[in-house]
Write a protein that binds this ligand. Structure first.
Ligand code: DC
Length: 229
């Protein structure tokens, strides 16, 4: 039995899980694993090396030896290195997000990334976000949160983020891509995106990030009696 505590935050893209996970981990001084970044780095590596996204065997070989490092930054984010090259920004595009969803649909790929994810479980504790953190990777987590939000709201959040970066996209196209990605993540044979039976479900559609963070901290206090800043 592993006694190092874990808090899992799962949910679809744009539900706020990454932001909440990062802020919470910083607050309570626990480690943080953004599991989506692992799938994104793998997809990025595959695209660069010309490995087809349907080639499960080759993708699993890449996944097993993925030379990825996460370097924690003062603001709670992480710099993502692939073979010592900074790919933090390059993996955040819509194309790589979609490619990550495709590579993540393969059972052998998921199996190849399990040990790497378990290695993040270090004292004093781990906050992690993804799709299957509470169901498959850390089923013994002491606190499991599942964030949801309407597709329209999630697409709008993404649209605003891209607009801030000066990138112009169509909201309708973003919403369609997001629904397609949700469908693939929810319907895959292994580790589909579903809330764990014992997860606390929070709908963030009408909530600001800070409100969601306060709710999550309330649960953290209840479960661990931790007094965050
Ligand atoms: O959380 P994100 O948007 O960065 O994740 C990108 C894709 O990676 C997501 O659409 C599906 C895949 N993924 C996964 O299959 N399992 C995880 N635990 C995290 C992400």
């Amino acid at each position: 039995m592993n006694i190092i505590p874990v808090i899992t935050i799962d949910g679809p893209s744009g539900s706020g899980k990454g932001t909440i996970g990062q802020l919470l981990a910083k607050d309570i001084h626990w480690h943080f694993l953004d599991s989506g970044a692992l799938y994104r780095v793998l997809a990025f590596d595959a695209v660069e090396k010309g490995v087809e996204l349907f080639d499960e065997a080759q993708l699993a070989i890449l996944a097993k030896a993925l030379p990825v490092k996460f370097i924690p930054q003062a603001d709670g984010s992480s710099q993502v290195l692939l073979q010592d090259r900074d790919v933090s920004q390059a993996i955040r595009t819509e194309e790589i997000g979609n490619a990550a969803s495709k590579v993540g649909a393969w059972p052998k790929v998921r199996a190849a990334l399990v040990d790497c994810q378990h290695a993040f479980r270090q004292a004093p504790g781990l906050v992690t976000d993804g799709r299957d953190m509470g169901t498959i990777i850390f089923p013994d987590a002491a606190l499991k949160i599942f964030l949801s939000a309407s597709a329209q709201e999630r697409a709008t959040r993404r649209y605003n983020q891209l607009k801030q970066k000066g990138i112009n996209v169509s909201l309708g196209d973003l919403c369609n891509e997001l629904l397609e990605r949700d469908k693939r993540d929810q319907e895959r044979q292994v580790a589909p995106l579903v809330p764990a039976a014992d997860a606390i479900i929070i709908d963030t559609t009408h909530c600001a990030i800070d409100e969601v963070l306060q709710q999550v901290k309330g649960w953290v206090n209840k479960v661990f009696s931790l007094h965050e800043k």
